[in-house]
Design a protein around this ligand. Structure first.
Ligand code: NAD
Length: 302
């Protein structure tokens, strides 16, 4: 495990499904966590977890050595930074945005921070709500070497791995490329299971073969989309819990936007984005993303 910071004052803004657990882990590690969210419930949960609830994002940022945000999307981060954080944070504070947002906004807010004399990194996470609570997230960090060193001290209290991906925006780039690959391999894994079954193969037998052959991927080996096959996964729980299809769709859309910006051809990502949009339209946004197998199965000609 990486080094962690001595007890420090940390501002934490955005105490939802992910941020709530992360702020609690910083408090558990001994930091003085000044926590803010628009939701009273979220503030009450943060208090119960050992944080000090404060009345505004600016108050969270004041006097903090690190200001951490875990917000829904780029527009929230940009707004909270511009309206509250930039005016309140001490010079020398490190701004760490752990939200999943678009690469362009991540770079823009980092430039804006630099113009105010503040260091900033993008540090999106891999791992869901359970990993946020358990402190076992993986952080992909974009920023200068000096900013990374500062951020790592705090991130290591919330995760099992903190990886320097490159300059500002590189953390977000790594996150959306990883999740585009995950979306595409999940769809491909689902269709392979369905075709194998139609060809008369037992799904467990197909798993035993493919999980040690060249079709292997995380979607197959660790997260097989059929109940009773492979290690326990959301498929064994009626596709509840896990990583919601809505969040996969969000990440695929971010990947498609980024691909457009740099004129990259991403046909498999684009197809995965279309299929997850359809799955969400059919009312399954809250289902685990491996549940897309149920839509593909229903579309199969019998
Ligand atoms: P969430 O909706 O549960 O939490 C977001 C929180 O931000 C809410 O509590 C909301 O009240 C608060 N908020 C919004 N605007 C605010 C503002 N102006 N000031 C203060 N608080 C504000 O979302 P989440 O599931 O915790 O996800 C947060 C981020 O993490 C997203 O960018 C998401 O894509 C990413 N992420 C989520 C998961 C997951 O499994 N949930 C996994 C990886 C990454």
């Amino acid at each position: 495990m990486e080094r962690s910071a001595a007890m420090a004052r940390v501002g934490f803004i955005g105490l939802g499904n992910m941020g709530g657990g992360m702020a609690a882990n910083l408090a558990k590690a001994g930091h003085d966590v000044r926590a803010f969210d628009l939701s009273e419930d979220a503030l009450a949960r943060a208090k119960a977890a050992g944080c000090l609830p404060v009345a505004s994002a600016a108050e969270a940022a004041q006097g903090a050595e690190a200001v951490i945000t875990m917000l829904p999307a780029g527009k929230h981060v940009e707004q909270v930074y511009a309206d509250s954080v930039f005016g309140a944070a001490d010079t020398g504070a490190i701004l760490i945005d752990c939200s999943t947002i678009d690469v362009d906004t991540a770079r823009r807010v980092a430039d804006a921070a630099a113009s105010k004399g503040l260091m900033a990194v993008d540090a999106p996470v891999s791992g869901g709500i359970a990993a946020a609570s358990a402190g076992t997230l993986t952080f992909m960090v974009g920023g200068s070497d000096a900013a990374f060193e500062r951020a790592e001290l705090f991130l290591s209290d919330m995760g099992k791995a903190v990886i320097h991906a490159g300059g500002n925006g590189a953390g977000q780039a790594a996150k959306i490329c990883n999740n585009m690959l995950l979306g595409a391999t999940m769809v491909a894994t689902c269709e392979a299971f369905l075709l194998a079954r139609k060809l008369g193969l037992d799904p467990q037998t197909f798993y035993d073969i493919s999980s040690v052959s060249s079709g292997q991927s995380w979607s197959m080996t660790s997260y097989a989309p059929l109940p009773g096959v492979g290690p326990k996964s959301p498929a064994d729980n009626d596709y509840q819990g896990g990583f919601a299809a809505a969040l996969m769709l969000k990440d695929l859309k971010l990947a498609m936007e980024a691909a457009e910006t740099v004129h990259a051809d991403t046909p498999m990502g684009a197809r995965a984005a279309e299929l997850y949009a359809k799955f969400a339209d059919e009312g399954h946004s809250g289902m685990d993303f491996s549940g897309i197998i149920t839509m593909l199965e229903a579309r199969d000609r019998n």
